[in-house]
Design a binder for this molecule. Sequence first.
Ligand SMILES: [Zn+2]
Length: 371
Amino acid sequence: MNEYYKKDLYKILGLTPDCDTAKIKAAYRKQARIWHPDVNDNSQESIVRFKEITEAYEVLIDEHKRSQYDIIKGFNIKKETSYSSKAREQSAQKAYSESSAATKEKTTSSTKTEEKPKNYTSNEKNHAGGSFSQVFENILDGLFTTNPSSDKNSKKNKTQKPQNGKDINLNVNIKMSEAISGTHRTVNVLHTERCPKCEGRRFINGSKCPLCKGTGEISIHKKLNVKIPAGIKKGAKIRVANEGNKGYNGGKDGDLYLYIDIEESSFFKYDGLNVLCEIPITPFEAVLGTSIDVPTLCGNVSMKIPPNTSTGQKFRLSQQGVYDEKNKKRGDQIVSVKIEVPKELSNEEIKLYEQLKNLSTHKIRENLMND
Ligand SMILES: [Zn+2]
């Protein structure tokens, strides 16, 4: 407390020693607006400066302390005051004595005075000591609490109001076969949680929290295995309760939402529980018959093509369709064949086709109009 005798408290507030109380208040309000830590992200500089201006204000606004300070600093000589200079001087002398008493109680190396401490009443003592917080609550009242931008930064609001955690939205791509049969996906969720080091206050002893770098929050990766039910439609959302960002002060945790996107398949079409597809076969496969691999929702299945198969002929792969979980029923896959001529044929192949043409006696277009 005695340190302030070494400083020019008037200069700190941008004042001169002849200023009146109104000027001190105005100067302090002006400086406090600039240096209040709440509007400076609690920067070290603002904390130091605010402490300094507040200390200057505390002394200068208290008549008793101001007189005492003025005498020590020699400012009282030129002073014009609202009350008689004699009364002021008496008051100042007394205050100085009290101060000395206080000083001597704390330290034995005081060189400021040889005067012996006088007795003083407890009332006077209270006045001299002042109530720091009361003085500042009065002058700062309304200065920061009504400003919405500083409200946002205020610790009070951050720590006391229940805050619900925000929801997290993720997009999940699945294949049509997965949409039909149901599947599981492991999703990486990036949660934010209140920084455990600064507990969301962002600053520790005036410096940025080293863990969260002054954001008050930390990110946490979490892997979640989520079941995607069979029969899910494109654009559907799956809610995973309480896996969003953390809520605070009794606020709810957010939820995790998975937005389902289904990759379209050009191969499979759907008809209820049945899956439809078209498979190309070569002319000689159609004639001679063969065995081919057919993709299904659950992998390849071998299918027999009998000799003499025509385009458009359908084959049923039993129990290879969509599974209906509710009714415990599975559809079939209907395979339609289409005879396709390979685009590039070798000369040898063409020769063989020519031989075939010469050998053939079939007139397949003979009865076109006779039906
Ligand atoms: Zn932190």
